[in-house]
Write a protein of this length. Structure first.
Ligand code: ADP
Ligand code: ASP
Ligand code: MG
Length: 438
């Protein structure tokens, strides 16, 4: 491990010049913070727009030969205001005009979206006096658009070996033909993790607008408590289940390299935040939970068939139906004579009727019932292993609120319990479970 911290700053941390000033102060307060990964400017308040969203809109309008001047002017003003507030002059207006030209002449969706990070990176490098290294040089995708971890790792290692301080924009990289390719939304978190691994940093700091990973989504539970420490495994369960503070794919590079992640708050840098670690030993059997997360909009297909298990081909047929319809199943709890397929509506689209029909024909069940509008809530905690009473506490809390539990499943890692409820009960359920563990 090297004496280096890679620090990624999210959209709200770089939304305007005041936020830039906070970021500069943070970076300069620890000289190990040598590689900085900025996102595009995010929202300054609830009604504001994210620059990335506006750039997507510009590209879409341009692709339909519609004028995107008005929207691009908003983007332009945001960047020019930041530059003038910070007394920076390095030809930003010309760069913005060139980008506009490219979008007008058919630049790709990924190219347009990536410019938010690119421009913010230029500003931050000028403001800090750090070298600017374009992500195009470092983050490599293969010709099918898949991220190439090995080639990127080698490149980062070689390119940064002699660069003591640099700003590297998040979110995007390049394909072999020179085309810009972005990660999925929120992907600057991934860039930060990749750079941290490439330089074998001792720590990856992820600076955002909350004081760490909170036990529950702060938009649902006000004053939700931050977690002091959390394992990669728990975090993976929570972020997969909707705790959106860190992109779920950002976990892999750092976990592989054994680099801890510290989630910190740009607006309260003195707060400890959350440490994400490979192992927290000894595992405490405290009877408490680490966190709660959840997602809405699932459909459950509940299938009953007597002696299901003795029909040797039943599960194969069921899985083949899912495969041929290109549907991935989220969970599949089963008992002796029944099985439920829990499928996200975004996977199912309009295929429900067809799938049910095929199950009826090929699997010959006694009954099939579909439950739409379901939500899943995951209660996660390493301290849950071998501790009695956690499930009871969760179910009692939901019963007290009069919330109907449609399904329960425990992950094989014994790290989580997943509960199926109706969409309409989602927020109430999370609040009730949170309260039960205070
Ligand atoms: P950034 O722009 O810094 O990447 P994000 O918006 O991607 O920030 O992530 C931070 C947001 O994640 C918080 O403002 C909060 O609303 C939301 N969030 C959802 N679940 C959680 C959670 N369990 N803990 C903390 N934040 C959460
Ligand atoms: N700016 C990109 C987005 O809004 C990436 C990021 O913020 O991480 O998705
Ligand atoms: Mg984010």
């Amino acid at each position: 491990m090297n004496d280096i911290i890679v620090a990624k700053f999210g959209g709200s941390s770089l939304a305007d010049s005041q936020q830039f000033a906070k970021v500069k102060k943070i970076i300069e307060s620890d000289n190990r913070r040598r590689y900085i990964i900025p996102s595009a400017p995010g929202k300054r308040d609830k009604k504001d727009h994210k620059i990335t969203d506006l750039l997507y809109m510009c590209q879409q309008l341009a692709a339909h030969n519609l004028s995107f001047d008005d929207i691009y002017n908003i983007v332009k003003k945001r960047f020019l205001d930041i530059c003038s507030d910070l007394n920076l002059s390095f030809g930003m207006e010309d760069i913005l005009d060139e980008i506009k030209e490219k979008i007008a002449h058919g630049a790709s969706r990924d190219y347009a979206a990536s410019r938010g990070e690119y421009l913010n990176g230029l500003i931050l490098s000028n403001y800090l006096g750090y070298e600017f290294i374009d992500a195009e040089e470092l983050i490599l995708f293969d010709k099918t658009g898949k991220f190439d971890a090995k080639a990127t790792d080698d490149k980062v290692n070689a390119r940064l070996a002699d660069v003591s301080h640099a700003v590297i924009p998040g979110f995007y990289g390049v394909m072999p033909n020179g085309e810009i390719k972005t990660f999925s939304r929120g992907g600057s978190d991934i860039t930060g993790a990749i750079i941290a691994k490439g330089v074998m940093a001792q720590l990856y700091e992820n600076w955002t607008d909350v004081s760490g990973f909170l036990m529950a989504d702060p938009r649902i539970v006000k004053d939700s408590k931050p977690m002091e420490k959390v394992t990669y495994k728990e975090l993976r369960e929570l972020s997969y289940m909707g705790a959106s503070v860190l992109h779920e794919e950002a976990i892999f590079p750092t976990r592989e390299a054994g680099i801890p992640i510290n989630i910190k708050n740009t607006n309260a840098p003195e707060d400890a935040g959350t440490m994400i670690l490979s192992d927290i030993s000894p595992v405490s059997h405290t009877g408490t939970i680490t966190g709660i997360a959840g997602k809405k909009d699932f459909t459950v297909i509940s299938i009953e068939k007597t002696f299901m298990g003795s029909d040797r081909s039943f599960f194969r047929k069921l899985m083949t139906i899912m495969e041929t319809n290109d549907i991935s199943v989220e969970h599949m709890p089963s008992s002796i004579d029944s099985i439920s397929l829990i499928i996200s509506d975004s996977e199912l689209n309009s295929k429900l009727q067809k799938v049910v029909e095929e199950i009826r024909i090929y699997c010959n069940p006694d009954s099939i019932i579909c439950y739409p509008n379901m939500a899943l809530v995951a209660v996660v905690g390493r301290g849950m292993i071998n501790t009695k009473g956690i499930s009871a506490k969760v179910f009692t809390a939901l019963a007290k609120e009069g919330i109907n539990i449609r399904m329960i499943t425990q992950g094989s890692s014994e790290l989580n319990i997943i509960i199926g409820i109706e969409n309409g009960d989602f927020e109430r359920a999370i609040k009730a479970i949170y309260e039960a563990f205070q």
